[in-house]
Design a protein around this ligand. Structure first.
Ligand code: UTP
Length: 291
């Protein structure tokens, strides 16, 4: 049996330049989809997958994230006094217990691989998950839970993947596939943002990973890759051959919330998935479609 995945890294040190000016004084990961910040969706997904240790790799200007995962004394007291129990639950029921969250600072946003490397001492020598909050997944079963189940069965590294149009391969990390049963693809290579003509497939990695600690050995070298950044994809590629590596086509729909159109689509889809909002939102959409 493979070792249980108990720890997850949440890299939140990026600058979020595609969302300026919204992200000038607020972390991108705190942007709300309907009424919940992106980072809370990611933490709840990790909780649903059985994660016990939540490691945030933060940077300058990210205090709002720490405050969000802390008790708000004034709000708590006021809601308790006014007996607003639903709202009290909305601000606290999902919080990990004291001691389950750790924070480390990336200091310089040198790339996703560098952000993950900054958490190496908190991970130690065991498999771990990485969740990027700006990839949001709407699914019956939490996306990371689907991956943890696959990992429990076959071990190794597991990344969540989606098929993308060939003209978009230059935006993502792309798999070079050895075999593929339509759900699980066995990986023999990985390329970061290949030009459409050079892409070995159209299977793109989304921001959900289960990785082995060996990945830190490559990240220790601090080598820069595409865009002059220390890329997680390059480090994962270096570990290929040391155990199995699979891409999972998960059940559910992924929204790229780092992109404005993807963020707007997520807002619509999540609103439509809620009984309290769906009828009103459907009416609104209809009124625009009729224009
Ligand atoms: P992105 O590639 O979306 O970069 O990072 P970004 O800086 O957040 O946003 P843009 O492109 O400037 O608009 C994907 C994830 O990796 C984290 C980000 O916080 C985000 O969750 N990240 C990226 C880091 O933690 N550190 C980095 O150096 C880079």
């Amino acid at each position: 049996m493979s070792q249980t995945v108990r720890k997850a890294i949440f890299p939140v040190g990026g600058l979020g330049t595609r969302f300026l000016p919204a992200t000038k004084a607020m972390p991108k990961e705190m942007l709300p989809v309907v009424d919940k910040p992106l980072i809370q969706y990611a933490v709840e997904e990790a909780q649903a997958a059985g994660i016990e240790d939540f490691i945030f790799v933060t940077g300058r200007g990210k205090h709002a994230i720490e405050d969000h995962f802390d008790v708000s004394f004034e709000l708590d007291t006021m809601l308790r006094e006014r007996k607003k129990m639903d709202q009290l639950s909305a601000i606290s029921s999902w919080m990990p217990s004291p001691g389950q969250i750790s924070y480390t600072r990336q200091m310089e946003p040198l790339g996703l691989g560098h952000a993950v490397w900054c958490a190496r001492h908190l991970i130690g020598n065991e498999p771990f998950a990485v969740l990027l909050a700006d990839d949001l997944v709407l699914s019956e079963t939490a996306c990371l839970k689907q991956m943890v189940d696959v990992h429990a069965e076959i071990g190794g590294s597991v990344v969540a993947v989606v098929d993308v149009p060939r003209e978009h391969t230059n935006r993502y990390g792309i798999l070079d596939v050895e075999s593929d049963d339509g759900r699980l693809a066995s990986v023999r290579g990985l390329v970061e943002k290949p030009a459409p003509a050079d892409a070995p497939s159209t299977l793109s990695i989304i921001g959900r990973y289960i990785l082995q600690p060996e990945v830190f050995e490559f990240l220790d070298k601090q080598e820069k890759g595409a865009g002059g950044e220390i890329q997680l994809t390059d480090a994962m590629a270096a570990t290929l051959g040391n155990g199995s590596f699979h891409g999972l086509r998960f059940e559910g729909k992924r929204f790229d919330c780092g992109d404005k159109a993807g963020f707007l689509e997520a807002t619509i889809a999540f609103a439509l998935s809620r009984d309290d909002l769906a009828p009103a939102v459907r009416e609104i959409i209809k009124s625009y479609a009729d224009e």
